[in-house]
Design a protein around this ligand. Structure first.
Ligand SMILES: [Zn+2]
Length: 117
């Protein structure tokens, strides 16, 4: 199992631990640590400005993903820190494309029957 970086924002401490599904408590204060996406490099805690900027952006992007999944964001979004693009697909468009593919499939079936006979 690969290691992940866990951060306690209260103590400004980082620790490396095997990836687990649930939170790891901070060994110093007992608060739950935040698991950082494995692709991300967390700035050293002593670089205060970089650290603060990183966490501000990281927590913002996590919040945006949560809101996006909850259907609260109705546009595509790009998250620069995570380098992720979340395309927004309206429910209506989804249903329409489903209907279209269904029609295409029926047409293909009909065409197939025609070539068979
Ligand atoms: Zn702590």
């Amino acid at each position: 199992m690969s290691n992940r970086t866990f951060a306690c924002l209260h103590c400004r401490k980082l620790q490396r631990k095997p990836a687990v599904t649930h939170g790891i408590p901070c060994p110093h204060c007992g608060r739950e640590c935040i698991c950082v996406h494995w692709k991300l490099h967390v700035p050293a805690p002593r670089k205060k400005r970089k650290w603060d900027k990183f966490w501000q952006q990281y927590l913002l992007e996590l919040r945006l993903i949560e809101q996006f999944r909850a259907g609260l964001i109705r546009h595509s979004m790009y998250l620069p820190l995570l380098n992720q693009f979340w395309p927004y697909v309206p429910k209506e468009a989804l249903r329409k494309s489903e209907r279209n593919s269904d029609r295409q499939w029926r047409r293909a079936k009909l065409a197939g029957r025609r070539t068979l006979s």
